[in-house]
Write a protein that binds this ligand. Structure first.
Ligand SMILES: Nc1ncnc2c1ncn2[C@@H]1O[C@H](COP(=O)(O)OP(=O)(O)OP(=O)(O)O)[C@@H](O)[C@H]1O
Length: 234
């Protein structure tokens, strides 16, 4: 599903004339198989978000290659990335990233509108998905009228609406209480087991890492450890 080879990234920082490079990721090799849930863990500043942003195409790597579903994406331009993301990837963030002026239904509908789906087909698809995620009765609510867990369900529905095979998640339960966190984790597990969706998630949270098939530990921009199951990260 994802293949990363010798990926390195450095940021240029400092005032003009006194710039310097800060290496953040160094020679990362990583494969994520179809149907896996992989958690990326590591201390603050270890490079987790940078890695996810590179895989999502929000920035270009300094060196190395990324393949997603057998397509080499590491040399894509912005337009190619925008199309590829819409077609192949869903995104879930700690902060939900819902549009506050749109209802839950409209937020989930948006990717379908961007893809040019007709109104009746959009309605059928969104209703079906909201039903599956137990959110149909909240379709007309605005994000501000929903709990954190409900907002995250809506953002997962939006990530799923175009039926991507891959979801990238950045601290997907980071702002939820324990009960909502457990519900979202159960949902991720179900989507993985019943629909074979691949998840790559950044997390600080042992509970989240515990549902992963594999945990990848980043340390100072390098992969420090791979575990089969449920490693506890201190
Ligand atoms: N735009 C940027 N310009 C310069 N340095 C950056 C930039 N973004 C991140 N960094 C640096 O890169 C390093 C890795 O940051 P990154 O956000 O990937 O870490 P992280 O593991 O996701 O951390 P956290 O868990 O705190 O979110 C940090 O030292 C950070 O200061």
């Amino acid at each position: 599903m994802i293949r990363i080879e010798q990926l390195s990234h450095e940021f240029r920082i400092g005032k003009k004339g006194r710039e310097r490079s800060v290496p953040v990721l160094q020679h990362i090799d990583l494969e994520v198989g179809a149907g896996e849930i992989v958690a990326i863990v590591g201390r603050s500043g270890s490079g987790k978000s940078t890695l996810l942003n590179l895989i999502a195409g929000y920035m270009a790597p300094s060196e190395g290659e990324i393949w997603i579903q057998d397509t080499r994406v590491s040399h894509f331009n912005e337009g190619q990335w925008a199309n590829f993301r819409l077609e192949h990837m869903g995104f879930v963030f700690q902060s939900f990233q819902l549009i506050p002026s749109m209802t839950a239904f409209e937020n989930v509908e948006l990717p379908l509108t961007l893809k040019g789906w007709t109104e009746p087909k959009r309605k059928q698809k969104v209703d079906e998905l909201l039903q599956r995620l137990g959110m149909l009765e909240y379709a007309e609510h605005y994000p501000g009228e929903l709990s954190g867990g409900q907002q995250q369900r809506i953002s997962i529905a939006r990530a799923l609406v175009l039926e991507p095979r891959l979801i990238l998640a950045d601290e997907p339960t980071g702002s939820l209480d324990t009960e909502n966190e457990l519900q979202i984790l159960q949902l991720i597990r179900e989507l993985n087991e019943q629909h074979g969706i691949t998840f790559l998630m950044i997390t600080h949270d042992e509970q989240v890492a515990s549902i992963a098939h594999r945990t990848v530990l980043l340390k100072n921009g390098q992969i420090a450890g791979l575990t089969e199951e449920q490693e506890v990260i201190s």
